[in-house]
Design a protein around this ligand. Sequence first.
Ligand SMILES: C[S@@+](CC[C@H](N)C(=O)[O-])C[C@H]1O[C@@H](n2cnc3c(N)ncnc32)[C@H](O)[C@@H]1O
Length: 415
Amino acid sequence: RPQMFVYLSFRAGDRLLVHTKTSADWWWAELGGLCGYVPSSYLKQDVEDKDTSEDPWQDEEYFGSYGTLRLQLEMLSDRARTEAYRQVILANSAPLRGKVVMDLGCGTGVISLFCARLAQPKAVYAVEASSIAEHTETLVRQNGCEEVVTVFQGRAEELELPGRVDILISEWMGNCLLFEFMVESVLQARDRWLREGGMMWPSGASLCLVPCQALDYYTERMGFWEQPYGLDFTALQSLAQSEFFSRPRFSHLLQPEDCLATPCDVITLDMLTLHVTDLEKLRGQFTFIVEKAGTFHGFTSWFRVQFQSLERDKTTLELDTGPYSEPTHWKQTLFMLDGPISLLGGETVSGIILLHRNPVWRRHMTVTIQWSISSTEETGNCKASILYLLGVNHNSHLPHVHLYPFQTEDVECYL
Ligand SMILES: C[S@@+](CC[C@H](N)C(=O)[O-])C[C@H]1O[C@@H](n2cnc3c(N)ncnc32)[C@H](O)[C@@H]1O
């Protein structure tokens, strides 16, 4: 098994947040958005640090941002996303008749209104914690759906509904599928409100990954320093590496021709059987066979969610946020390598991906990718490895600037 140690650099006088006292000698701590191990003997408890008032769910910030029209507009203008939900309801309009639906995190109520308009459910419980819910009721009335749709303002976990539901529908997905961890609220609502044999929409979800080229991004951020205005600025390249490439690039639009292999699902979730505790650590494996020679700049990830039909033998619909589908507001997430690597057709890139939920800041997670390359002649030959840690900065504004990886220069990986 690979041994891996991630150290956190700090100076005398720094205030670190200790997440886990892993052993007597080494503690897992956070400083300035970065996490790593620190020697416990170098730390002294800050007696003034009694502030436990910070909410590990950051609900004020989180629901504050969903209370703005900016975010609601971004989601509603995402045609592929919104249309996928509309199509699911349309395709299931007959079996939805007379059913009770819960729309968890209804926002402006768009999914609830699709249900009421396109099918004939008995009732739709539209649940929303942010202040946008104050307007949702008006929208429900303006669209003549008040007989069917009832808006409940509050956190789903704390609300009382009139009774159990037949279908629990929600758009809970975040970057790298899980970020924001709204999925926990959905699972709790499922356990409390979904009747035996009821349906979850989405019914399944998967995280996808592919090794890829990212030449334009690489050239723009790294190649630039080679000869700007005829000057040699290459001394700034290592700084550029840590500033630009040690953090994932959200909102990356991967071109299909930049995929070096066929993408694969690295983690799959069944929304009926998934437990909240499963979310703490998820692990996936991958083996990619390089299909064409190219430059390996990094890995790109995205997600797919499935909507099983209410009728037996009917097609399962899917929302795919990957490079082969219509772009969504999530786009894709790019993890850049420290430096480009040439790959030959037939070589394999294999490894593991770990999603480790932050033990303190519950909407965040750490993503670790360990990988190696082998050619057919020399199997097991490890060319390089990379490790990224994301999502430890709890001071960032959610949900847009939210995940931060470890500075790779501070990381030591032993394979
Ligand atoms: C991704 S948005 C989807 C909004 C809307 N359903 C749509 O499709 O446009 C998720 C919404 O869920 C709400 N939300 C998240 N967690 C919640 C919870 N535990 N209880 C109630 N609402 C929640 C957020 O405030 C946000 O408006």
